[in-house]
Design a protein around this ligand. Sequence first.
Ligand SMILES: C[S@@+](CC[C@H](N)C(=O)[O-])C[C@H]1O[C@@H](n2cnc3c(N)ncnc32)[C@H](O)[C@@H]1O
Length: 230
Amino acid sequence: MLTVNLVTLFPELFAAPLGTSILGRAQAVSLVRYRVVQLRDYTHDKHRTVDDYPYGGGAGMVLKPEPFFEAVEELRVGPPIVLLSARGKRFTHDDAVRYSVGRELTLLCGHYKDVDQRVVEGLGAEEVSIGDFVLSGGEPAALCVVDAVVRLLPGALGDHESAATDSHYEGLLAPPSYTRPPSYRGLEVPEVLLSGDHEQIAAWRAVQAERLTRERRPDLWAKYLDAQAQ
Ligand SMILES: C[S@@+](CC[C@H](N)C(=O)[O-])C[C@H]1O[C@@H](n2cnc3c(N)ncnc32)[C@H](O)[C@@H]1O
């Protein structure tokens, strides 16, 4: 079973998402367990202070190192420890696979202006970003990571096929999908998908996947071609 630890100032943000749909079902059948802890529980002053002014001045407050260290120590977690961070390395499908095959994953959520950098240095945390934009807190980013990881656990999806044919699984974007009706407001489903010819359908999907990847994600396309050449 995978244990996912989440350290946050806002545990309430996780209740519904972790209890719903695939994430909730995966916990119900013991593929995963979630431990959500309140960062403030690891403070020792009357005001449960988690932040302070930045050394060197500047706007905003910085989350102090001590509560993160104490939370990680009390949870007795090992690697991977991940700090969600806009300056982190971009989270990818490969990371999701790597986290999904481990026994434990610990996600530290930042907030306010920043997190004291000693959290990364001292806890050996990976800094991970979910994209080139800035969120107000690490919680939505942590949920993205948890979702991407948990759906890869064997048995999490009713039909594993649906993960294996998703975008990124084989390095390409997924081809587009259609369902009934075959014609809607003048918009037609591609003829081949109605043909019942499984070989032709597979060929059409492969062409679409390659075309979309080439057009929309030249970076992924180059990587895919490299992998094919090896
Ligand atoms: C307002 S942001 C801090 C941004 C930071 N001052 C910077 O410029 O990199 C507050 C917190 O949200 C989270 N966060 C913001 N953007 C993120 C992203 N793209 N990916 C992952 N986490 C993010 C991090 O935990 C961060 O500590």
